[in-house]
Design a protein. Structure first.
Length: 288
C-alpha cells in the first residue's frame, strides 16, 4: 500500500474537503481524488461520504482513520531515524494566534536554517482545540496557553513566555485608575471560551468588578483596535509583539497580584517525536 494514499485520505478527513486537502498536500484536486479512489479500490470499501463540496469519513473510513494516522507517524519516524546525524521528516505543530505572529516566526526561521530537510506543518487554532489535537495524535506539539487543570501524565509541557494581564485603554485615559476603568467604561471582554479569557474573567471576579460588557471577542488584535477606536477598555494578556500598527493605547498594570497567562509548548511523551520536539524547543532557547 502506498502511504501517500493514506496521507491523502487523512488530509481530506481533517480538512473536510478535497480542495483544501489538495492545497495542503500541494496536489491538484483531481490527483488527490485519484489517490482516494485507488485506496478505496485496494481496501474494497468506500472511505468518504460526499455532500456537495464537503466530505467526511464513512463508517469504513472512521474504522481505519486512527490506525492510518499511527502508521503515517511511524513512517515519518523511520525517515527521521534514517536521517542519521541530521534531522529530517515531518513535525506537525499547532499554535494560537499570538504565538503565530510572536514566538513562532523566529523559532521557525532558526529551525529552517539548521535543519533544512525537516518539514514543518503549522495549524492555527485556539488552545482548547490544539490541546485536544495533541492528545489525539493529530499534532506532534502545540504552542498554547497553559491550562489551569493538571495535564495527563502522557503529556510534557515547557514554559516559553509569561504574559501579565493588563488593562488596555485609549491613550487619553492613561492617568485613570485601572480598576475605575474596568468598572466605569464599556468593556470589551476577552472570550471566556479561551483559557486566557477565563483567566481575565477570574481576575474580575476575585476583584469584585462587574464591568459593563459591550462585546466579547476571541481575537486580541481586534480587541486592541476597538479599544483604540474608543469603543471601550479591556483586560488582556500583554502578548508578544507585533501588535497592530498605529494604535494609541495605554497599558495599565494590575493593582493587585495575579498569575500571568503562561504560553508554552505541549507534546506527548513519545520517544519517536521527542528528538524533533527537543530540536524545536532549542530554537526558543537560542532566541532568549
Amino acid at each position: 500500500m502506498d502511504t501517500r494514499f493514506l496521507e491523502s485520505f487523512v488530509a481530506v478527513v481533517e480538512e473536510g474537503s478535497i480542495a483544501a486537502a489538495a492545497r495542503r498536500l500541494h496536489l491538484t484536486p483531481a490527483a488527490l481524488a485519484q489517490r482516494i479512489r485507488a485506496l478505496e479500490a485496494e481496501l474494497e470499501a468506500p472511505l468518504l461520504l460526499r455532500a456537495g463540496r464537503s466530505v467526511a469519513a464513512s463508517e469504513a473510513g472512521l474504522a481505519i482513520l486512527e490506525r492510518a494516522r499511527i502508521l503515517l507517524r511511524e513512517v515519518r519516524d523511520l525517515r527521521d531515524s534514517a536521517a542519521g546525524g541530521g534531522l529530517a521528516g515531518e513535525l506537525r505543530l499547532g499554535a494560537i494566534a499570538t504565538a503565530l505572529t510572536g514566538l513562532l516566526p523566529a523559532m521557525l526561521a532558526r529551525m529552517a536554517t539548521r535543519y533544512p530537510q525537516l518539514e514543518m506543518h503549522i495549524s492555527p487554532g485556539i488552545s482548547t482545540e490544539l490541546y485536544r489535537r495533541v492528545l489525539l495524535g493529530e499534532l506532534d506539539a502545540a504552542l498554547i496557553v497553559q491550562p489551569e487543570f493538571a495535564l495527563p501524565k502522557s503529556c510534557e509541557w515547557r514554559l516559553l513566555r509569561e504574559e501579565p494581564l493588563v488593562v488596555l485603554a485609549p491613550a487619553a485615559l492613561r492617568q485613570t485608575d485601572p480598576h475605575a476603568l474596568l468598572s466605569s467604561e464599556p468593556f470589551i471582554r476577552y472570550d471566556r471560551n479561551q483559557w486566557g479569557g477565563r483567566l481575565a474573567d477570574r481576575y474580575l471576579r476575585e476583584a469584585r468588578i462587574r464591568p459593563r460588557d459591550r462585546f466579547e471577542l476571541d481575537a486580541l488584535d481586534a480587541i486592541a483596535v476597538m479599544v483604540d477606536r474608543g469603543l471601550g477598555v479591556s483586560l488582556v494578556p500583554d502578548w508578544a509583539p507585533p501588535w497592530p500598527a498605529g494604535l494609541a493605547l495605554a497599558k495599565h498594570s494590575l493593582p493587585r497580584p495575579f498569575p500571568p497567562r503562561r504560553l508554552g509548548l505541549l507534546w506527548t511523551r513519545n520517544a519517536a517525536r521527542a528528538r524533533l520536539v527537543r530540536a524545536f524547543l532549542e530554537q526558543g532557547s537560542l532566541g532568549e
